[in-house]
Design a protein around this ligand. Sequence first.
Ligand code: ADP
Ligand code: ASP
Ligand code: MG
Length: 404
Amino acid sequence: MGLVVLKFGGTSVSTIQKIQKTAEQAIRERAAGNRVIVVVSAMGKSTDKLVQMAGEITDCPDKREMDMLLSTGEQVTISLLSMALKAQGVPATSLTGWQAGIETEEVHSNARITEIDTDRIKSHLENGEIVIVAGFQGVTCEGEITTLGRGGSDTTAVALAAALDATKCSICTDVDGVYTTDPRYVPKAVKLSQLTYDEMLELAHLGAGVLHPRSVEYAKNFRIPLEVRESHGTEIGTMIEEEMTVENTKVVRGIAFEDQMTRVTIHWEKKEDMRMAKVFTALAEKKIDVDIIIQGITGLGHGNLSFTIQTGDLLETLAVLEANKEEAGFSKLESEQQLAKVSIVGSGMVSNPGVAARMFEALTEQKIPIKMISTSEIKVSTVVPDRKMVEAAQILHDTFELEK
Ligand code: ADP
Ligand code: ASP
Ligand code: MG
């Protein structure tokens, strides 16, 4: 008997009717002879609404209380889905993150799963029940409720699939697969039948919101074949696996983009004073994520360091840097907001040195200023003004002929 993990995102469970459809799908998987775990997100935009409510009270809500609040969203869906299954005569049990044994590190709002105690889930499965687990949440060893970061229900699903050695993990969403780029912004985008874990991991980290990056990390580490498909449709989705089984001649396979980026630049009078380790240690201690980093030294012996952060982290970043100004030895601090990152991704880039040049040429020709660049074996990222983000993605989609 196989074990299947199905995950349904917010739009897929946004109404009672859709919850009923989700129940029917779980019943079909069970009727096909599988044991079934269903992971669900909060209904529709309810997590956003909870965030907004907290924002009406304070600009800086306590992170513990925020997790307490946001975890309620998923709890609504699991109970309703369980009721829908029982109403059809199918045995089912809903479990919160902690009831499902999902233990996390002691970090609020973006915790990593450290361990899953699968005993309780296994005993419900052995009783023939469909087990419904609240996505996006866990518990610390101290008994505190945590959340896994926005979009984190994908990670709950894949982590459960890994811990229980599932035969399949399907991420059921509002698109019928992973596209060459976000089809909501680039209508020419086309669906991909297959992607490697590494390509998907880069796309997810670089802003393709279709999968939570940590879910792809789990799938890769535990070799879980991952399918992204439309929730209530019949179309075959996209398979994400270790290797491609269909021939792929494309050097660039996908384009990802994200806005809300800010560039911070630090200036030193003398290059000898550049205590950069101090800068990054101070930011790391506050768990501020730093992305693209560029260091420079002028002919006059001045030093500078630029790096990107999420715009939401700007105030905290500036405060941390000011507090460490003397120790880090710098003289001036600047920031530029309203930036975005646009990236091209593809395994074929490793052996194709001209790809970056084509990318820069195409953007420059269309007068899109490139503010920063970062590369790895299978990706090239550029930082551009955010108002040019979608246009840049469209241009690159055409340049690398991804619609063909
Ligand atoms: P869910 O609520 O089911 O988790 P998400 O909104 O998190 O759904 O993810 C699905 C959305 O991801 C799509 O509606 C689409 O706009 C966006 N997306 C971004 N990049 C891609 C891509 N490359 N392929 C498909 N969808 C993408
Ligand atoms: N409900 C959470 C969110 O909106 C988690 C998820 O949907 O995966 O981010
Ligand atoms: Mg999602």
